[in-house]
Design a protein around this ligand. Structure first.
Ligand code: SF4
Length: 413
């Protein structure tokens, strides 16, 4: 089965572990004019606590095109230089946006990803249409020469408040090793400054693998120093080009989750994508239950203190109970609808199907929302809060309701 289009290179505006998306920053530099507004995390605009997730998603990720000037190793979309045949036309895209407005108010937030959304020539028109329909838009562009001050001004003027960029290491060697473009690390740091200077709420997305895990403390410092409000860490799923990369094992994931809780105490929100066990760890830490930690955590924890000093805020770890298909839905460049960008099970297509009906009534989504899992995720007391990565369960077993093999937690038989 081929993977669904790609948004690892762009975002994970998930509202739970992530989409999971969202946060405020005490360390963000002041942005004149609309500071209070831009610091408000996107999740605050539509809190899961105020939304019936059986009725509508909070975030709709739309892979607006697979065209991208980059060719990142971990790209789920396996993006290419030009659009693929069958991508939604402007008219089809406008109708798709109209269909989002048919969800109950407030409408879901439309996260426009790619490929690279800036490769769509009609992007401004689509954003304008969404704004006019009451659909908030967040952008997840690739760092390329297409990010210009003029375009950022344009999108801020159209009401886009949130933008995300990917940073996959604390050095040019690591980041560019994953991106495949010389100079891309410095360009990404410049782009982060550029987004902040235009008043965007900035999210930094990082894919964690065995190749970059030791750099996470330094990435955390870059996140803080850049004024980003959100750090979203993606736990690799072997989909798309990501199959060539090295996933962490369950014990290492546990250590990274413990570290991320520590990192959430420096003024920016931390959330995870496809790493929902983070919510269990956050729950434990809130209960002052540390849990088992290994040598990796000890190194990361020490590195964090060296990079950032003592914590400066209460934890801003995001623990909203969204998951693939619960609060989140993904639409590919050609209009196929999936529970998430990393779960390649086609539910329908927006060209022919009503996305509201698909979201509310598709049996798989209903099972996911009911936490009707098998294996240890089905027995786990944290299945509502966490539920495991449905994408990883599917990638590992072919069953989207199976247990997540990346979790170290031992559940009684
Ligand atoms: S066993 Fe499954 S539901 Fe429980 S914490 Fe691990 S991943 Fe989450």
């Amino acid at each position: 089965m081929s993977p669904v289009g790609g948004f690892v290179c762009t975002i994970g505006w998930t509202v739970s572990n992530s989409v999971e998306a969202q946060h405020t920053s005490v360390s963000s530099p002041t942005v004149s004019g609309h500071d209070a507004d831009v610091r408000r995390p996107i999740a605050d605009l539509v809190s899961p606590g105020r939304v019936d997730l059986d009725r509508r998603p909070i975030l709709v990720f739309w892979e607006s095109t697979r065209a991208c000037l980059l060719a990142c190793k971990h790209c789920r979309a396996e993006a290419q230089a030009t659009a693929v045949p069958g991508e939604l036309t402007k008219e089809e895209s406008l109708r798709f946006i109209d269909s989002l407005a048919a969800f109950e108010r407030p409408a879901p937030i439309l996260v426009i990803t790619g490929g690279d959304a800036l490769m769509r020539p009609d992007l401004a028109e689509l954003v304008t249409h969404a704004r006019d329909r009451g659909v908030h838009v967040a952008l997840a562009p690739s760092v390329t020469p297409l990010i210009t001050d003029a375009r950022l001004d344009e999108f801020r003027g159209l009401g886009v408040k949130v933008a995300s960029l990917s940073l996959d290491g604390a050095s040019a060697a690591t980041h560019e090793g994953m991106r495949g473009i010389e100079g891309h690390f410095a360009a990404t740091l410049d782009a982060l400054r550029q987004l902040r200077s235009h008043g965007f709420v900035v999210q930094v997305n990082t894919v964690v693998t065995s190749d970059n895990v030791e750099e996470l403390p330094t990435v955390a410092r870059i996140v803080r120093d850049s004024g980003a409000s959100i750090w979203e860490v993606f736990f690799l799923v072997n989909v798309g080009r990501g199959t060539s990369m090295n996933e962490l094992g369950p014990d290492e994931n546990e250590d990274v989750c413990q570290f991320l809780y520590d990192a959430s105490r420096y003024g920016f929100t931390v959330r995870t994508v496809e790493g929902p066990m983070f919510r269990r760890v956050v729950r434990w830490r809130e209960e002052e239950r540390v849990g088992p930690v290994g040598a990796l955590y000890e190194r990361l924890s020490k590195g964090l203190l060296e990079q950032l000093g003592m914590p400066t805020s209460a934890s801003r770890a995001q623990t909203k109970g969204t998951r693939d298909g619960r609060g989140i839905i993904f639409v590919s460049a050609t209009g196929d609808v999936y529970p998430a960008g990393f779960l390649p099970i086609v539910l329908g297509n927006v060209k022919d199907d009503d996305i509201v009906e698909l979201y509310r009534e598709h049996p798989l989504l209903q099972q996911i929302r009911a936490a009707a899992f098998t294996g240890k995720c089905g027995r786990c007391e944290y299945r509502e809060l966490c539920g495991g990565s449905r994408s990883r369960a599917f990638a590992s077993t072919g069953d989207p309701l199976a247990e997540d093999p990346a979790c170290a937690y031992t559940v009684s038989p």
